[in-house]
Design a protein around this ligand. Structure first.
Ligand code: DSN
Length: 426
């Protein structure tokens, strides 16, 4: 009897794709992810992500859909919104953005007209592409001006931000970063925005989990709009959300749909709801505290081995290492580290003289390692292996490092998460 594709798993339907997925799972199980924006979503999150809601179209919002059959799509989206409001204490939440870039675009389009002036953090000093890079929609559609960090402290200088804001008179100030290891002072941004009559948007993609876990001050009381992705420190599925004050709710909702997106990804919304449920658990706070402790322990261990940390250390989940003293580029270091099973990314450091494809820096993060259960003691070992792989990339040493990383991965295994598969023939 023919087997219905409904009840066959990937391996039976498409062995080619199944082989690649298995190989990727093996890669993730046997290497350590030190990429600051990555994490391991739980089996529950991944089950929701692969659920039957992927089959549904539900343009609109709960109770106001364009198609029939949305009773459960409404229920899941309303639940997700309620959890987002409970977790972050915000007045309104839109849980439909497919990713961080469209969330930011929707926020800009909700608040401004194309051509408006926006003040954001320079990508080369820790910002994000969507904060006004000339090669991104943001830099093409809006007049972005930028702030960065001070050369001596490598931290945001709020007096400088204020001076630029007074000079440029932006209609919107964007706070938030992808490679900034220090706490961000949202109250200071709010007062600068008020001084120049600007709105304040915070892109908290990197720190959403830290905020939820109470280890980074929340931007919600200060910002008009907050955007974030759900798959970084928040440890949910790939996707994004927008939080805002009630007065911007309608403009934000209209900018997401029909302004930018069509049908929401209801399966992703279900997975976001599960991630929020996990983040509301007291254990999530403990996890986030450990993320920061691990980052500080990793930073201390690297500094003791002679590496220079941008800004001298970290307050959050990430570290930016300046490789200049080692005479190695970020690209070389990242390749050597990967050969040892330590997966990182090259990154510009403030005032970098190298190109983005080379860089002088390496960005490291602890969210994923902490999810596996590694603690401060293991950060010492990770630092030793990382420095060893970068400074002595001969095959014997890389093989020794690789073996030690494999052993660490076996001690701290990933949750084995086969998606539910109905294994029956029809
Ligand atoms: N790609 C993300 C990061 O690594 O920080 C930003 O979107």
């Amino acid at each position: 009897m023919a087997i219905s594709s409904r009840v066959r798993d990937v391996a039976a339907v498409d062995p080619e794709v199944a082989r690649i997925l298995e190989a990727e799972e093996e890669r993730q199980r046997t290497t350590l992810a030190l990429i600051a924006s990555e994490n391991y979503a739980s089996v529950a999150v991944r089950q929701a992500m692969s659920s039957v809601l992927t089959n549904k179209y539900s343009e609109g919002y709960p109770g106001k859909r364009y198609y029939q059959g949305n009773r459960f799509a409404d229920e899941i989206e309303a639940l997700c919104i309620a959890r987002a409001k409970e977790l972050f204490g915000c007045e309104h939440a839109n849980v439909q953005p497919h990713a961080g870039s469209p969330a930011n675009m929707a926020a800009y389009l909700a608040l401004l007209e194309p051509g408006s002036t926006i003040l954001g953090m320079d990508l080369a000093q820790g910002g994000h592409l969507t904060h006004g890079s000339p090669v991104n929609f943001s830099g093409r559609l809006f007049r972005f001006v930028h702030y960065g960090v001070r050369r001596d402290t490598e931290r945001i200088d709020y007096d400088e931000v204020r001076a630029i804001a007074q000079r440029e008179q932006p209609r919107l100030i964007v706070a938030g970063a992808t490679a900034y290891p220090r706490l961000i002072d949202f109250a200071a941004f709010r007062s600068i925005a008020d001084e120049v009559g600007a709105l304040l948007m915070v892109d908290m993609a990197h720190i959403a989990g830290l905020v939820a876990g109470g280890v980074h001050p929340s931007p919600v009381p200060y910002a008009d709009v907050v955007t974030f992705t759900t798959h970084k420190t928040l440890r949910g599925p790939r996707g994004a959300m927008i939080l805002c004050k009630a007065q911007y709710a309608s403009a934000i909702d209209k900018a997401v749909f029909p302004g930018l997106q069509g049908g929401p990804f209801d399966h992703a919304i279900a997975a976001k709801a599960v991630a929020l449920r996990e983040a509301l658990d007291p254990a999530f706070r403990t996890y986030q505290q450990q993320v920061v402790r691990n980052a500080q322990a990793l930073g201390d261990a690297l500094a003791r081995r002679g590496l220079r940390l941008v800004s001298g250390g970290t307050d959050n989940h990430l570290l930016l290492v300046d490789l200049t003293p080692l005479g190695v580029t970020g690209a070389e270091a990242a390749t050597r580290a990967e050969a040892a099973g330590l997966v990182t990314n090259k990154n510009m450091i403030p005032f970098d003289t190298r190109k983005p494809t080379q860089t002088s820096g390496l960005r490291l993060g602890t969210p994923a390692m902490t999810t596996r259960g590694l603690g401060e003691a293991e950060m010492e070992q990770v630092a030793e292996l990382l420095v060893s792989a970068i400074t002595r990339p001969d095959p014997d040493n890389l093989a020794r490092c690789r073996a030690e990383v494999r052993a660490l991965c076996e001690r701290f295994p990933l949750e084995r998460g086969a998606i539910v598969v109905v294994d029956e023939e029809r």
